[in-house]
Design a protein around this ligand. Structure first.
Ligand code: ATP
Length: 588
């Protein structure tokens, strides 16, 4: 949305919402309350599913855990509903952590499947638990009171619900524009990308799963004190699917989409419940069929949902470049000439295939080393061993004197190893500057809460200034606010170099950085790498473009069939008969 339109849109929406209780009938206000509760759950699902790519069919069960918790605490325990809220969030949070810890390590379809199992089982638990009123449920739940005013009337509860929706939406939007939010947005880029910039993908998944459950928990608390009665039915798998539908219809990757989706699905459901009994005696089944049809139509025609479909026609918000902000502090690099990397007899086998066969070499600060060899020689595998993306079968790799042979990728990144990828791994829907800021994850420390509450602004400003500086360095500053997915492939490679530099590394490893670059871009890249060498960085380059490599590197290591067949200065390598034979015609 346009920068000027956004506050105007928010003001208009807030004005309409504030006028609604006075303007609408009691029935319509009650409907609005249900929309608000649905919207809260859907905001959590936007973060979890739309942005993080983790599908949950169990959100209604989390709503139920919270609703039952507060119902039980306030009826059997006699505590105030305000105390019921932290209790409800605690039980929901614990349930989410438990389920998340068990299932989030499993990839593929395990999460959706296990959330279905969780959604079904919790429904039966509620229904069979005497203390929770079995299938009859719990009644007599007290309303929430503010001072002496009990929020009994739907017009009174309306304010509480929509204040919660407003706060929840704001927290979600803030979070997405923060350090941890970028981590969530990077989840779809895969674990190797995440770990290469020092992010723990499992932890990120677990926390966003927890946050989505807490949104559902807040909705459950509101629901229990609005209805003043809870029974198992609203928390089974069908409402879970409806919540998911809300997020998908509105636009699974937009917070506003959650609100729009909740509105549309609730209104449609209400309309179907009015109309279908006149048409069929099986209204409930036909309602499900109608929702299934809508879901299929959306999947086919508007995968991103309605909000992105509409905002596509509006100009995107482009932030101004930072002015006068200090960038992030930098580490002290090792002295030039100091050995930073020692690879000693590294071996990596894939079954019977030896992809890296007893390879040894060293790399010094202020040096560019080229790793060359024909296709399948084992260069990328060697790279993956150095960065921790793969473990060596035997041998030893040391970085700055520390044994990193079996170290997890994230810890190696934290020591100062940054990389680019042969197959570019960027987040296309994030801007260039956001992609680069991802690289600075370990140099910043803002947590989830400070991101959501916007307490991270000064650190964010410094990280942005730093990212702009890196983009300026690689010649992409004028495109800083463009989406990375719109860049030509060659420039995407350069953007990966900027992201690697944002980590303030001691060593960068570049996997075919010149592939797809035009001549002028190659020259600019070579000039940049020479500058970095002068600054004392250790640089390792895998490259097929011999002209580029020969004019740039200090030394070359040549690999063929996994083994190192030669090492030396470019001129000597050019003359080496073994190398010429390996390349069938020479490298010159
Ligand atoms: N995960 C894997 N499982 C099985 N074999 C693999 C795996 N990764 C690489 N290999 C094999 O190891 C050998 C070395 O591959 P690698 O990708 O490291 O070569 P490369 O020198 O980087 O080649 P290219 O220049 O084509 O990228 C190849 O035979 C490849 O098929």
């Amino acid at each position: 949305m346009n920068a000027a339109l956004r506050p105007l849109g928010i003001l208009l929406a807030a004005g309409l919402l504030a006028a609604a209780p006075a303007a609408l009938s009691t029935f319509a206000v009650t409907l609005m309350n249900y929309i608000g509760i649905g919207a809260l759950v859907a905001v959590g699902l936007v973060l979890l599913t739309g942005i993080g790519g983790l599908t949950s069919f169990g959100q209604a069960a989390f709503v139920g855990v919270a609703a039952y918790s507060t119902a039980w605490a306030t009826t059997a325990g006699g505590v105030s509903p305000w105390l019921g809220l932290p209790f409800a969030l605690l039980t929901t949070g614990l349930a989410a952590l438990l389920i998340g810890a068990v299932t989030l390590r499993l990839g593929g379809h395990f999460l959706p499947l296990s959330t279905i199992a969780w959604g079904i089982s919790i429904f039966y638990l509620f229904g069979n638990f005497e203390a929770l009123g079995s299938h009859t449920g719990l009644s007599g739940i007290p309303p929430v009171s503010i001072g002496s005013i009990a929020l009994i009337d739907s017009r009174a509860v309306y304010w509480l619900i929509w204040a919660a929706v407003g706060a929840g939406a704001l927290f979600g939007a803030n979070l997405l524009d923060s350090r941890q939010g970028r981590a969530v947005r990077a989840l779809r880029g895969g674990p190797v990308l995440m770990a290469s910039v020092g992010i723990d993908p499992f932890r990120t998944r677990l926390v966003i799963f927890l946050i989505a459950a807490l949104y559902a928990g807040l909705a459950g608390w509101l629901y229990a004190h609005m209805s003043r009665f809870v029974s198992p039915a609203p928390f089974e798998i069908k409402p879970s699917i409806e919540y998911l539908l809300m997020a998908l219809v509105g636009g699974a990757s937009h917070i506003v989409g959650a609100l729009v989706g909740a509105g549309l699905v609730t209104l449609l459901k209400n309309w179907l419940q009015d109309v279908l009994p006149h048409v069929t005696s099986n209204a409930a089944q036909y309602e499900q069929i109608a929702f299934a049809v809508i879901l299929i139509v959306i999947m086919h025609h508007a995968r991103g949902g309605l909000v992105p479909m509409l905002t596509r026609f509006l100009p995107r918000v482009r932030r101004a470049a930072p002015v006068g902000t200090d960038p992030l502090p930098r580490r002290t690099l090792p002295e030039r000439g100091e050995t930073v990397l020692v690879v000693d007899q590294a071996v990596r086998r894939f079954g019977g295939l030896v992809a890296v066969d007893k390879v040894s070499f060293e790399l010094k600060a202020g040096e560019i080393l080229g790793l060359i060899g024909p296709n399948g020689a084992g260069k990328s595998t060697m790279f993956n061993l150095l960065t921790g993306a793969l473990r060596a079968s035997s041998g030893r790799i040391a970085f700055l004197g520390q044994d990193i042979t079996r170290m997890p990728q994230r810890r190696i990144a934290a020591l100062g190893v940054a990389r680019t990828f042969q197959h570019v791994k960027l987040r296309p829907a994030m801007t260039l500057v956001e992609n680069v800021m991802l690289g600075a994850h370990l140099r910043t420390g803002a947590g989830w809460l400070s991101g959501g509450l916007r307490l991270d602004r000064s650190e964010e400003a410094r990280a942005r200034a730093d990212a702009y500086a890196q983009l300026a360095r690689v010649g992409l500053a004028d495109k800083a606010e463009d989406l990375a997915g719109n860049l030509p492939l060659g420039q995407q490679r350069i953007l990966e170099v900027a992201r690697a530099l944002a980590a303030d590394p001691v060593m960068i490893v570049l996997d075919e950085p010149a592939a797809g670059l035009r001549r002028k871009e190659k020259e600019a890249l070579a000039a940049l790498l020479s500058d970095l060498r002068r600054e004392g960085l250790a640089i390792l380059v895998v490259e097929h473009d011999m002209d580029f490599v020969m004019g740039l590197v200090d030394r070359l290591v040549v690999m063929v069939f996994g083994a190192r067949i030669a090492e030396g200065e470019p001129a000597a390598i050019r003359r080496n008969p073994d190398v010429q034979a390996a390349y069938l015609g020479g490298v010159a």
